[in-house]
Design a binder for this molecule. Structure first.
Ligand SMILES: *[C@@H]1O[C@H](CO)[C@@H](O)[C@H](O)[C@H]1NC(C)=O
Length: 283
């Protein structure tokens, strides 16, 4: 089978999967998840612009809130010292895989906890990790192929989310990519690779090496927003890493297949910034 045939077949499988008849109704690409019914098709009455109007689910904040996420990170920001920024202490932890709504997620399954991020004098414990493709946030107008969300919660119930962007590596020198096999593995994300491998083996609980994403710390840009999925609860501190990770097209594609992401992606569109300030804790 040629590579071309492979991609056509894979694309058909992706489309077929996205349009499987599911609980949302006969014509909608809506998957029923643990948190109710919502989807990403902008033309559907369960699409992002209509989340707040879905009956019986109390997602009103998605519509009436004024500090919603995601946002386009503006070029005008305030600066803080790197030393005052978020301090993640996360290496690896056993997490449990579960399928959700147009996505899957990994929940902390370790009695010892899965790591802590200190910020603004509070200890936020890592509770969940998931991805969105394409990215939900944009950085100065630029969207990325993949965004990770590491959801943390403090003892007072408040949320902080470390977000990390993934991007395709720069195209390499033509001669080296055509004559070596090294490029096949060049700049794969080790995190995405290990998660997808564990899923492929059918494991439900496995170690997740988040340290590979968190370690190299170039600082964070921080603002207060909301959960990016219903019920769109506000007061969530977003910690956007300034350390973009490499990922391959094949990895992003594999993620989308496993998560049941259709042609609309599983990213909520960016929401108005209103008067919010962004503070960047960088060198
Ligand atoms: C995950 O659990 C296994 C079995 O209980 C343990 O041996 C291993 O050290 C754990 N891994 C991490 C990263 O905590």
């Amino acid at each position: 089978m040629s590579l071309y045939t492979f991609f056509i077949l894979s694309a058909l499988i992706l489309v077929a999967r996205a349009s499987e008849p599911v609980a949302g109704g006969p014509t909608e690409c809506v998957v029923k998840g643990v948190d109710g019914v919502y989807g990403y098709d902008p033309t559907s009455d369960h699409g992002p612009d209509a989340w707040g109007d879905i009956p019986d689910h109390h997602y009103e904040t998605c519509k009436t809130g004024d500090i919603q996420s995601p946002i386009d990170f503006p070029t005008e920001v305030k600066y803080g010292r790197l030393a005052d920024g978020p301090k993640p202490d996360i290496v690896a932890a056993n997490m449990t895989w579960s399928a959700g709504n147009s996505n899957w997620a990994l929940s902390c399954a370790d009695d010892e906890g899965c790591g802590v991020t200190m910020f603004a004098g509070k200890a936020f414990k890592l509770v969940n990790t998931h991805f969105h493709s394409p990215s939900e946030h944009t950085l100065a107008g630029r969207q990325y192929p993949l965004e990770a969300h590491m959801v943390h919660q403090a003892d007072d119930g408040s949320y902080a989310v470390i977000a990390t962007m993934f991007d395709y590596p720069q195209d390499r020198d033509y001669r080296s990519t055509i004559y070596t096999r090294a490029h096949v593995d060049f700049n794969k994300s080790p995190l995405v690779k290990s998660i997808l491998n564990s899923m492929k083996e059918g494991r439900e609980k496995f170690p997740v090496y988040l340290g590979s994403v968190i370690d190299a710390n170039k600082g964070y840009c921080v603002y207060v927003g909301s959960l990016t999925t219903p019920p769109c609860t506000e007061g969530v501190t977003f910690l956007m890493s300034m350390n973009v990770q490499p990922v391959t097209r094949r990895q992003v594609y594999a993620y989308k297949i496993t998560a049941g992401v259709g042609i609309d992606g599983n990213n909520r569109p960016t929401q108005p910034l209103h008067k919010r300030e962004i503070t960047c804790y960088v060198k």
